[in-house]
Ligand binder design. Structure first.
Ligand SMILES: NC(=O)c1ccc[n+]([C@@H]2O[C@H](COP(=O)([O-])OP(=O)(O)OC[C@H]3O[C@@H](n4cnc5c(N)ncnc54)[C@H](OP(=O)(O)O)[C@@H]3O)[C@@H](O)[C@H]2O)c1
Length: 259
């Protein structure tokens, strides 16, 4: 009898939580902030979020094509300019205290090659863009996201969990980002915050601009930015918490660039 009551209580608590999530979603404006929204995965994710009813603020340095979506607000900002980033976050947080629901830490930087070929500036740019910036942005927006029982999506990489020869510094920064995501979830899960790490394998984007290889363009050899964006949507729309999503193309093949 007492076991039945416990099960009943558990179900009631679950139903109340599910109803709270649904009423959050139905309570009008939903705002998302996406870093690196001028290109590749960030741009596709911004589009996916707009389709899901979010108003999206997207950060980038260069918006090459005009986004016609009225629910998209481009923010031209160098994320490595910390004072400018903090100024932006302060205003953004104040303006969106009641409706900021999603933060996507997506902006990234990569240099490839044997580790001895990387100079200190390259290493600094990788570590700051791929690890420091997501931690700084999250720290400034976390109170609001917690208040709104929102979600944080971290665009990590399969290199967060696997050796990354010719991408050692990049892989190390992405492993750090994954470790940060897991600890952040452990710290905030009880407050209703969701933290999801997305770990994509090779995706056809300009990320490989500095490499002597690129994703093979044969069908099934690379993911599209839209594939990664659909993993983001999946994580955001389940009734259960999704902590890690790893996605890969069917085949593991790269193509040497003609230099
Ligand atoms: N492509 C892949 O195979 C792959 C696989 C796993 C994970 N990822 C991750 O996915 C994320 C997105 O990369 P992507 O593949 O879509 O490459 P991408 O097309 O080169 O996109 C990178 C984005 O980051 C922005 N960005 C970089 N540094 C910035 C800075 N200092 N200030 C402002 N914006 C900055 C870029 O904006 P601007 O160009 O306007 O500066 C751009 O919008 C990265 O975190 C990457 O590590 C990619």
């Amino acid at each position: 009898m007492s076991e039945d009551k416990t099960a009943f209580e558990k179900k009631t608590a679950h139903d109340e939580k599910a109803a709270a999530f649904k009423s959050d979603a139905a309570s009008g404006k939903k705002t998302a902030l996406v870093t690196g929204a001028s290109s590749g995965i960030g741009r596709a994710t911004a589009e996916e979020l707009i389709a899901e009813g979010y108003e999206v603020w997207g950060i980038g340095r260069t918006f090459r094509t005009k986004n016609e979506e009225t629910d998209f607000h481009p923010v031209v900002l160098d994320l490595l300019d910390t004072p400018a980033l903090l100024d932006f976050l302060k205003d953004f947080d104040r303006e969106h205290r009641d409706d900021l629901k999603v933060l996507v830490n997506n902006a990234g930087c990569a240099y490839y090659g044997m580790h001895e070929t990387l100079n200190p500036q390259m290493i600094e740019e990788i570590v700051r863009t791929d690890l420091e910036v997501p931690m700084v942005i999250t720290s400034r927006l976390l109170r609001t996201i917690r208040k709104n029982r929102g979600s944080i999506i971290q665009i990590c990489s399969v290199t967060s969990q696997e050796p990354a020869p010719h991408g050692t510094a990049y892989g190390a920064a992405k492993a750090g980002l994954y470790a940060f995501s897991r600890s952040l979830l452990a710290e905030n899960r009880k407050y209703g915050v969701r933290v999801t790490a997305i770990l994509p394998d090779m995706t056809e984007t300009p990320l490989y601009r500095n490499a002597d290889f690129e994703p093979d363009t044969e069908p099934g050899c690379s993911l599209s930015p839209e594939d990664v964006a659909s993993a983001v949507r999946y994580a955001l729309t389940q009734d259960f918490l999704v902590d890690t999503v790893t996605i890969r193309p069917q085949y593991h093949r790269i193509k040497k660039k003609r230099m």
